[in-house]
Design a protein around this ligand. Structure first.
Ligand code: MG
Ligand code: MG
Length: 266
């Protein structure tokens, strides 16, 4: 596993929460703008401006050479899609992943949006992936292990006939975007890194409608499903606590906008 896991003080966790809430507010701005005919590059510019207007910097841009503020992955794209000239179309889904760095701490969250009218089986994939995220969060308590999170996610996804991506995993969050431990979306109960109070982790199930296998595009970034069936991705930054995890990011700003636009999932 390499470096030992990081535990943050309550003051530090409060800063991660501030960064994570700004991610949620940024994604709410995206929610206001997204729809058929919208260019992914325009969503990226809007997000970057919003983050900078709030005294923060985009968490991904420049990290590992990432060129953008958002990573926008459409339909069969799983994660790490690069915003650009692509125009979103009616029936698409778009996983939009965003990070923020503010006051020396990162926040990280992702939401899969529906563009226009989405087919019922695809809605179901989004619903189950949301449920997978919640089931994972339920396991993010002190003295559990990362395998408890992974098992909960994998079991629910596979019970619904979906594939769980293996190549990409959740992670610790803090002064770096990616800290130990790795938080896989698959695993065995009682195995993996032990969770301690004050650890902050990103839980981010990537669930495929078809096979679990993925392929990487020639751009060196975009990851897609091997069978080209859709994939969904939801992510929260979470503090491990005794008894119940503390979710630091939020979808509530996003969903307030989506409800007002009659675009909410449920
Ligand atoms: Mg993310
Ligand atoms: Mg992440």
């Amino acid at each position: 596993m390499g470096r030992s896991t990081v535990r943050l003080s309550d003051d530090e966790i409060a800063l991660v929460r501030e960064s994570s809430l700004l991610v949620g507010r940024t994604l709410a701005e995206v929610a206001r703008a997204i729809g058929p005919g919208v260019r992914t590059g325009d969503l990226d510019r809007l997000a970057e401006q919003f983050i900078r207007d709030h005294g923060a910097v985009p968490g991904f841009k420049g990290l590992y050479g990432c060129p953008s503020t958002l990573l926008i992955s459409v339909n069969e794209q799983v994660v790490h899609g690069l915003p650009g000239d692509r125009v979103l179309r009616d029936g698409d889904i778009a996983s939009i992943d965003c990070g923020v760095l503010m006051n020396a701490f990162y926040g990280d969250s992702a939401y899969t949006f529906m563009v226009g009218e989405v087919a019922e089986p695809v809605k179901q994939l989004l619903q189950v992936t949301r449920e997978c995220l919640q089931l994972g969060i339920d396991q993010a308590v002190a003295n559990n292990r990362t395998g408890d999170i992974g098992y909960a996610i994998q079991h629910h996804a596979e019970s619904n006939g979906y594939g769980v991506v293996r190549e990409l995993v959740g992670h610790g969050v803090g002064r770096k975007l990616h800290e130990p431990p790795e938080v896989p979306n698959y695993g065995r109960r009682g195995q993996g890194a032990r969770l301690h109070e004050g650890m902050v982790i990103a839980i981010e199930p990537m669930i495929n409608m078809g096979v679990k296998e993925v392929v990487q595009h020639d751009d060196g970034w975009t990851i897609s499903t091997r069978d080209a069936k859709p994939s969904a991705h939801f992510e929260h930054t979470v503090a491990v606590r005794s008894g119940q995890a503390e979710v630091l990011s939020t979808f509530s700003y996003i969903e307030d906008v989506l409800k007002a636009r009659h675009m909410a999932l449920a």
